[in-house]
Design a protein around this ligand. Structure first.
Ligand SMILES: [Zn+2]
Length: 335
């Protein structure tokens, strides 16, 4: 059987005419009372198959047929070589739709996780150092005004730490400047574009010895050497730009920039990179990493105690120490 029953509407009146559609070669022939039409199948528009609706077969002149027998019609189309397009077939399956959504999320995630960091690194490397220094100046001005106050540590102690670190810092490395400051943010350290390294009094107080502080400075210098903040800045700007495109709010791009300066949300990969830099630098100079591991353990405890109730946003909790990172320092000692 190569034909199917249908109702024909001429597009002008709503009166249905019972017809029979027959496929002959590449053509469809529509015959009924007063209707005699012949059209190439390729010129017909055929609606998507829906479970509870008749399929529509529209001809060039806006006249159309309704077909109730979906199964029979599908078989007829199939035998005549007309298949539902791939997309239409997929749209019928909600599982496939879900799969498509998950695939989209996976692509976005992969872009964020793997493509973005590489792109951000390439872009950061293109930024002239003067730009980075200018950004650093504005960030330090903000932090000095809002976050930090004068250090209570004696200048002898501070100078001693600066000198100790200068003795091990690579002579051909990037410029840096160590600044000790008092702050409400608790034990922390932070490296800014342009080379400013801030260390809070609370961190100095928490350190078991000077080796640990030198270790923290080495970690921060690692961030500077790898231009982590610039990479993070570009990554966040890119995320902001994509968000702006997706939700149509251009101000997101601008809004992202100050947020980054405050959050300094280094990725874990960057922390590992800075840790590896610190371990190499300490070991090359015969300094044990176990003091740094102890300091990190104390920071971890302080961080966990402070977070739930302090009400102070973890503004500068740039690198909350994790057990994984502490273990890396402990293992380094044993090698
Ligand atoms: Zn860090």
């Amino acid at each position: 059987m190569n034909s199917v029953d249908a109702r024909y509407f001429d597009g002008r009146s709503s009166r249905p005419v019972p017809v029979r559609i027959t496929v002959v070669g590449n053509h469809a022939e529509i015959r009924g009372d007063g209707v005699e039409l012949r059209a190439p199948i390729s010129e017909l528009r055929i609606s998507e198959p829906l479970k509870h609706a008749p399929r529509l077969l529209t001809l060039g002149d806006a006249s159309y047929c309704e077909v109730d027998d979906n199964a029979e019609f599908a078989r007829l189309l199939s035998e005549s070589g007309h298949r539902d397009s791939f997309v239409v077939a997929w749209q019928n399956q909600w599982r496939a739709v879900l799969l498509a959504i998950f695939a989209l999320i996976a692509v976005l995630f992969a872009g964020y996780r793997w493509v973005l960091p590489v792109a951000a690194e390439l872009m950061a490397d293109q930024v002239p150092l003067q730009w980075e220094e200018r950004l650093g100046r504005e960030a330090t001005a903000f932090l000095e005004r809002r976050i930090f106050s004068t250090s209570q540590i004696s200048s002898e102690r501070r100078d001693g730490l600066v000198d100790r670190f200068a003795a091990i810092a690579p002579p051909d490395g990037r410029d840096y400047e160590i600044r000790f400051r008092n702050s409400k943010i608790g034990p922390n350290a932070i490296a800014l574009p342009g080379g400013a390294i801030y260390v809070t009094d609370a961190l100095v107080a928490l350190a078991p010895d000077d080796d640990a502080i030198v270790g923290v400075l080495a970690h921060e210098l690692g961030h500077i050497e790898h231009r982590h903040l610039m990479r993070r800045l570009f990554a966040n700007a890119a995320v902001g730009a994509v968000t702006a495109v997706l939700i149509g709010d251009v101000s997101t791009v601008l809004a992202a920039l100050p947020a980054i300066l405050i959050e300094l949300d280094y990725s874990r990969a960057m922390e590992r990179e800075a840790d590896a830099y610190a371990i190499d630098l300490l070991r090359a100079n015969g300094i044990s990493t176990s003091s740094l591991a102890t300091l990190f353990e104390r920071m971890k405890d302080a961080h966990e105690e402070r977070s739930p109730s302090s009400g102070w946003p973890d503004y500068l909790a740039t690198h909350p120490p994790t057990q994984e990172r502490i273990d890396a320092f402990r293992q380094s000692r044993n090698r």
